[in-house]
Design a protein around this ligand. Structure first.
Ligand code: BES
Ligand code: ZN
Ligand code: ZN
Length: 503
């Protein structure tokens, strides 16, 4: 596999195999210092492009110029004052997507007049995010090791930007590592990545890191704890379920902490309520919530996050067999509530029920769960936004904002009493795992709400602030996400780093 992009920050000077010049609209000559170090030939080509108006700096326009020493890509960024971080990030991603073998592995990106530090950092982040391949299962061409070499990128800017740009690029690299690990886990096939394999990888990552611990509740522990949601969903598979509990900076514990929960169905066949065959392979991604939790822990550790926080991954494989749970079963959950199972394909909410209840034991500041929970959410929002539900308007707004700033939209959806009524209407158990046909992502959220733990006593009792993010449409297969070519996206690792780590 190709390693992560290497990068450094420097003042404008050296050239490389390829020089990328992201330029703003509205000048008719190359900005100051844009051409430093280039050969005469390359300089006159760039000047000619400006003079002839073949290059006008309009957003998204590119022009490639060939020189034997250094190829030059002129990239139009549109107007300088209007450049949003999200657009800068996408532009960086698109440049990497368009690179070919002829551009070489050494790149220089030269930020000239008009660029602000935050825009440069976003551009760099886009390049890093997009520089990802999941090719571990492809046979390699022996003579072609160069293709596997990582890019080495120098981000160049004037002296006054060096400090901020250096810090920002290092931070972006640490976060990108987390995003890429989330993608790796998502892309990993289900014959390789099953619940206890996720647990081993989590333990391996935490090993030797003094401020990060991973506790695994295995099959026996689940029985002891009567975690009926995980047990029942996972018991049909030879690969038994588990709960993985992450804790970062336990020593910094002072009061309540954020807790992030992930749905980790390593493969969702639907169980006895079997899914149709077409596209079933995509259900290897049904653990993307837990992949995001893993990537988030990696990213927060990487940016040297100081606060106390926790993660809970609810891992199981949902498959039919003679030991599988069935439609009609009434199961216990960790909360003590019983559930009538009307469809074994609505399994995510059952494993999350145990995770949510578990979170109540750790003094949460707020609880957020991420899950590829419903096809209905994909129908509602396509691949363009995750669904966002919350019992707390302030938490909802904070998540909406950081998600939007990250270019990973989370769209508010209704948590309505009518949907709660649907899932509490069982004739024989406390709740049922199926609502009515329409609005299925809302009844799923309403189901989860039944398992959100409460704080306080008596009349003051109320649920902890909780939000649910349905990533069924955004976890993979998004053709409009510039930061990823195909497969798992690593969605919301960046959103949650902003939420938890940004002041
Ligand atoms: N993992 C699926 C949801 C899903 C479907 C994610 C398509 C991504 C793409 C989930 O476990 C599921 O099967 N949900 C059912 C719920 C239904 C039985 C109430 C669904 O969405 O059809
Ligand atoms: Zn399912
Ligand atoms: Zn599922």
């Amino acid at each position: 596999m190709r390693g992560p992009m290497e990068h450094q920050v420097a003042i404008i000077g050296t050239i490389a195999d390829t020089l990328i010049l992201p330029l703003f609209e509205g000048t008719n000559k190359p900005p100051n210092r844009a051409l430093v170090g280039l050969s005469r030939n390359a300089q006159s080509q760039v000047k000619g492009a400006f003079a002839s108006e073949d290059f006008d700096g309009k957003a998204g326009k590119t022009l490639s110029l060939w020189d034997s020493e250094c190829k030059v890509i002129l990239l139009g960024m549109g107007k300088s004052d209007g450049l949003k971080e999200n657009n800068a990030r996408d532009a960086g991603a698109k440049i990497v997507a368009g690179l070919g073998k002829t551009h070489g592995k050494n790149l220089a990106v030269r930020f000239t007049s008009g660029w602000k530090s935050n825009q440069m950092i976003a551009f760099a982040e886009g390049m890093m995010l997009r520089d990802y391949k999941f090719d571990k299962y492809m046979s390699k061409d022996e003579d072609d090791d160069d293709d596997d070499a990582p890019y080495n990128v120098t981000f160049q800017a004037s002296a006054r930007h060096q400090e901020q740009l250096t810090a920002g690029c290092n931070r972006a690299a640490a976060i990108t590592t987390g995003v890429h690990i989330a993608r790796d886990l998502g892309n990993e096939p289900a014959n390789v990545l099953y619940p206890m394999e996720y647990a081993s990888r989590a333990q391996a990552f935490a090993k030797g890191k003094g401020n990060l611990s991973v506790t695994v509740l295995d099959w026996d522990d689940l029985q002891e704890n009567k975690m009926g949601g995980l047990i029942n969903v996972g018991k049909g598979s030879e690969h038994k379920p588990c709960m993985v509990i992450w804790e970062l900076n336990a020593k910094a514990k002072d009061g309540p902490c954020p807790i992030i929960i992930g749905k980790g169905i390593t493969f969702d066949t639907g169980g006895i309520s079997l899914k149709p065959g077409a596209g079933m392979d995509e259900m290897k991604f049904d653990m993307h919530g837990s992949a995001t939790v893993f990537g988030l822990m990696v990213a927060l550790h990487g940016v040297n996050h100081k606060g106390h926080m926790m993660g809970i991954s609810c891992m199981a494989e949902n498959t039919p067999s003679s030991t599988a749970y069935r439609p009609g079963d009434v199961i216990d959950t960790y909360s003590g509530k019983t559930v009538e199972v009307l469809n074994t394909d609505a399994e995510g909410r059952l494993v999350l029920a145990d995770g949510l209840w578990k979170a109540g034991e750790f003094n949460p500041e707020y609880i957020i769960d991420l899950a590829t929970l419903t096809g209905a959410c994909v129908i509602a929002l396509g691949h363009e936004a995750s669904g966002l539900w919350s019992n707390d308007d302030e938490l909802l707004e904070r998540i909406r904002k950081v998600a939007s700033d990250s270019g990973e939209l989370a769209w508010p959806m209704p948590l309505l009493p009518a949907f709660e009524k649907q899932v509490t209407g069982s004739k024989i158990a406390d709740v049922k795992n199926l609502g009515e046909r329409y609005g299925g992502s809302n009844s799923a959220a309403a189901f989860l709400k039944q398992f959100v733990p409460e704080q306080g006593e008596g009349d003051d009792k109320k649920q902890y602030p909780w939000a649910h993010i349905d990533i069924a449409g955004t976890g993979w297969g998004t053709s409009t996400n510039a930061t990823v070519a195909h497969g798992a996206t690593g969605v919301h690792v960046r959103t949650l780093v902003r939420l938890i780590n940004d002041e």
